[in-house]
Design a protein around this ligand. Structure first.
Ligand code: MG
Length: 257
């Protein structure tokens, strides 16, 4: 692993380990998505995620990270990210559920997120989910050797603004692979900073967090849960990708995304 000022370039040996942790993370995400149902509590979802992570052979990448108390992050409706599974919160048919999952294995870590709904979704909810997923894919498409971090940001922002969605600014994508958070930051909006040039061996978690309302957020008294200030719905999709000589390789690609 070489740290060039503001980004991390992984060695071939590290990339092999990162691939395995990433595919484990994606597998857990997809299993969890297929198993969660309205009527479950968010604590049950968190415990199920913990079991899936263990049976895959890994450990949670989030548990105890800066003191986070859950196996994964579970954020409902107007909650943006960092929600904690609790026994008194029952998932309703009308809820949308954001699942952010990190799995550690053999000295590497994967990171991915998805927002799911149940049954037929209201038009605006479906629009939010579709646009957020498409913003993620637009960002990935821009992540090519020789481009800059800001090219990814621009692509995500453009897709988000096409649907007039609020782009959360306080939290951003990031380098990932050996540590859960490595440099550089990957904002979901254009900043004055171009950021590092993309070179093969960089691994990036791209993760738009988009709101049906404004971009403004607040933090709950639990010290973790982030929610929209205006109470509007929020969606979160995340893939971790490897910069290569050609197209980016989506390390957390599996059937549901
Ligand atoms: Mg992340």
């Amino acid at each position: 692993m070489a740290l060039f000022r503001d980004c991390v370039i992984h060695t071939a040996e590290e990339i092999q380990r990162i691939r395995v942790a990433m595919s484990m993370t994606a597998q857990v995400r997809d299993q969890l998505v297929s198993l969660i149902r309205p009527g479950m509590t968010t604590l049950q979802i968190d415990q199920l995620a913990g079991e899936l992570i263990r049976s895959a052979g890994g450990t949670s990448g989030f548990l105890n990270y800066h003191g986070f108390p859950g196996n994964i992050c579970i954020s409902l409706n107007d909650e943006v990210v960092h929600g904690i599974g609790v026994a008194h919160r029952v998932v309703q048919e009308s809820d949308i559920v954001s699942l952010d999952i990190g799995v550690k294995y053999n000295g590497a870590v994967g990171d991915t997120a998805v927002t799911v709904g149940f049954g037929e979704l209201p038009k605006d909810t479906a629009r939010l989910l579709k646009a957020t997923q498409e913003a993620l894919m637009a960002g990935i498409a821009a992540a090519r050797k020789g481009c800059y971090i800001r090219d990814i940001s621009r692509a995500v922002e453009k897709r988000a603004l096409a649907d007039r969605l609020g782009i959360v600014r306080e939290m951003v994508g990031h380098g990932v692979g050996i540590q859960l958070h490595e440099p550089p930051d990957v904002p979901n909006y254009v900043t004055p900073v171009r950021g590092p040039r993309l070179v093969p061996g960089m691994v990036l978690a791209i993760e738009p967090m988009l709101n049906l309302g404004t971009n403004r957020i607040s933090q709950d008294d639990d010290g973790w849960t982030i929610r929209t200030r205006d109470g509007s719905l929020s969606a979160h999709f995340e893939h971790s990708i490897l910069i290569t000589d050609n197209e980016p390789e989506i390390l957390t690609w599996q059937k549901t995304m």
